[in-house]
Design a protein around this ligand. Structure first.
Ligand SMILES: Nc1ncnc2c1ncn2[C@@H]1O[C@H](COP(=O)(O)OP(=O)(O)O)[C@@H](O)[C@H]1O
Ligand SMILES: [Mg+2]
Length: 323
């Protein structure tokens, strides 16, 4: 059995302007110990997918309209708040893009790093302090003992991200959800943080969902990838298969937009148009209006289907062997 099985998750926001179909029926699995990348342009529903799983969205306006998310046999979408709190921080931990908004500015780093231990393991203060020092050292914070009583604003951006990772990993979760953990950081720090997550993952055998808009990050860190567009998964595959033989025009367009895919001096390719407004209902393939391969057949509804062993695509033309 997979560690996490998500089926047909739909999350909508009921706003005054209308219903925003942020997540429109996504299904995926995460196996124990593996890294699943969720990749896609900004606004395609990656964060809302993650927050839905942990019950962290404000309801209203958000509402999980359908779906199951089985984690170790327990449906995260339909269990009590109390059960969910037991899972959160202990079995599943989350790291956010912006540590300054995720960390509490009025709480010392030591207290925040140790929080999961105090809440879930009823650790004594002395034990919690000792383990917080260990956790901060393991993420490369020098002189951790003397930094326990410092506040988040006294750290640099990269160091704050390390603090958040230490807090997420201290209770040895089985699944880490990392939502754009390096987007706010400069490139060298970015590589260090990804290496750190990978190293801790290997030591602890933890599974990771890595959310990113950066295909380069996916190539370096993930085992499998789900490509999201307009609230749906349009392609999923093992990482090597995705990069060698992408099976959806959107994925191909994303790859063409990578700076490394360009010859020197050539102007950068960008995908024409913009992702659709999720308030207007989408009939047919959501990418069709921007797709150079779109034809009449793309107006009909389409679902994710296996087109090669372990490789799924939601492109009608790929499914019919036309593309
Ligand atoms: N509180 C909210 N109210 C209304 N719409 C929202 C809210 N939060 C997110 N959305 C919408 O949900 C969609 C998906 O957002 P998000 O999951 O944050 O995208 P991503 O993480 O892929 O950049 C976006 O269109 C966004 O505008
Ligand atoms: Mg996001």
């Amino acid at each position: 059995m997979s560690l996490l099985t998500v089926e047909n998750l739909r999350t909508y926001f009921h706003t005054r302007a209308g219903v925003v179909r942020a997540v429109g029926g996504v299904s995926f699995v995460v196996e124990a110990g593996e890294t699943l990348g969720i990749v896609g342009e900004s606004g395609c529903g990656k964060t809302v997918t993650c927050l839905s799983l942990l019950g962290l969205l404000p309801t209203p306006p958000a509402k999980v309209e359908s779906g199951v998310a089985l984690f170790d046999g327990q449906d995260l979408l339909h269990c009590s708040m109390q059960d969910l709190r037991r899972v959160r921080g202990k079995d599943i931990a989350m790291v956010f893009q912006d540590p300054m908004t995720a960390l509490n500015p009025c709480m010392t780093t030591g207290a925040q790093v140790a929080e999961a231990l105090v809440v879930h393991e009823r650790c004594s203060r002395t034990d919690a302090r000792a383990r917080a020092i260990e956790a901060l050292e393991s993420v490369g914070i020098p002189d951790a003992a003397s930094r326990l009583d410092a506040y988040p604003h006294e750290f640099s951006g990269g160091m704050r991200q390390r603090v958040m990772i230490a807090a997420a990993l201290i209770a040895h979760p089985r699944l880490l959800i990392a939502d754009e953990p390096t987007t706010a950081l400069d490139v060298t720090v970015q590589a260090q943080i990804l290496d750190l997550i990978k190293a801790r993952q290997r030591e602890m055998g933890m599974a990771v969902i890595l959310v990113t808009h950066d295909l380069g990050v996916v190539a370096e860190t993930c085992d499998r990838v789900a490509v999201m567009y307009a609230g749906q998964i349009v392609e999923s595959a093992r990482v090597e298969a995705l990069f060698t033989a992408p099976q959806h025009p959107y994925t191909r367009a994303l790859m063409r937009s990578l700076p490394a895919a360009h010859a020197r001096g050539e102007s950068l390719y960008t995908i024409p148009g913009r992702p659709p407004d999720l308030i207007a209902p989408i009939a047919g393939c959501p990418f069709a209006p921007r797709c150079e391969h779109a034809t009449e057949v793309c107006r009909a509804p389409v679902s994710l289907q296996e087109v090669r062993p372990g490789h799924c695509s939601a492109c009608t033309r790929v499914q019919t062997g036309d593309l």
